[in-house]
Design a protein around this ligand. Sequence first.
Ligand code: TYD
Ligand code: MG
Length: 457
Amino acid sequence: MARPAKTSFVCQNCGAVSPRWAGKCSACGEWNTIAEEADAAPPPGSGLTKASKGRVVPLETLRDAADAKVARMPTGLAELDRVTGGGIVPGSALLIGGEPGIGKSTLLLQLAAAFAQAGRRAVYFTGEEAAAQVRLRAERLGLSKAPLALASETNVANILATLAGGKRADLIVVDSIQTLWADALEAAPGTVSQVRAATQSLVRYAKAQGSALLLVGHVTKDGQIAGPKVIEHMVDTVLYFEGDRGHPFRILRAAKNRFGATDEIGVFEMAAEGLREVANPSELFLGDRLASAPGSAVFAGVEGTRPLLVEIQALVVASGLGTPRRAVVGWDSSRLAMLLAVIDARCGVGFGQHDVYLNVAGGLKITEPAADLAAAAALLSSISGVALDPDRVYFGEISLSGAVRPAGHMLTRLREAQKLGFKQAVCPAAGELDVGVIKLGLSRVDHVKGLAETLGL
Ligand code: TYD
Ligand code: MG
């Protein structure tokens, strides 16, 4: 007699498995996320069904492996090449996460079309839209002539059969993993076990064929790839496509990359004719700056190896509330609380009776600690009502003691500021700097008090 299929209880948020149902997941703390799912039988021929004898695999030494150079396929989009570390590696799997509507499908369509136009075989499976919709979009993007193979399909078995039936593909795009389902499983599409099973079979196929696989995954509001956090370890590269829907800028960031660094970003602009690459992001992020207003400071940042100048805006107003408001956009709120406390304790400028708003212009998110000095300058400028010198940039990390700590890539930051016509920079006193090539007037500060003095406050 066939045994009834075994089931387990899987959290749809984090993928944790528990023996019985519970209202709250003990692993991630989310409520109502646990669902009963049938366990997948091990795939036939995988050798997991009974104890297998095993065979000897050839071993190679590290030295041999070092000689093997990774071949890469350039994508035709310089910004994407930069993030992936020089192009997509054949046989690798990439996951692109991002909020709905941010432009993932647009990016992948442009990429797949560029591949097809370069004479490579690209196949695009969409589970979210009808093929006609994709064709319409391609028309709008001016890509309708590209020899891109296209199908609207959500069944993994059909996708694999289609791929096996055609010529070997160099690039396979699947938009999105949440719509896929494997009919061997009873769970609904989008559940953890479906997403995991579908990804597994697609990745296995792509690796065997040496095709690059690009998977789209939606993220939840708190920025996690919904449910399929569990598949991040199955793919070689995880990219996040971020941005504010109210702004045209989009940032592509690598969260994991087995074939390159993870600190590079790609910058795109969403325009009427699709995503446009932005080669000089600083100019764009500073484009509509009103430098004569108090509370605006330019931060000389670095993302990866690339300098990025961005405006930080602060607004400090008298508060009518018992507990004054603090609001941030593109900035970490606990970092703002820390900055306010340090300025209060070390410069004697209190914000206790004021509402404080801090905004990073252009929809960018800043995580670099070196932005502290620029934010502090913007805050001091806003509370005193004195506009800062528009020709000055700021960078440096502020510690709790008020000391300004050195930042990396000083020369890169200063060069970029110089290139964009800035005349002065406020930067950390510590840190070697070969000032021969820098024509900027430098104010090197070692304490946040020094910043207030430099600003004349
Ligand atoms: P889309 O790629 O469908 O987002 P996702 O796949 O991440 O859900 O694109 C989303 C938005 O981009 C859509 O709201 C309209 C806008 N858009 C443009 O502004 N210009 C264009 O050329 C295209 C194709 C889309
Ligand atoms: Mg889409």
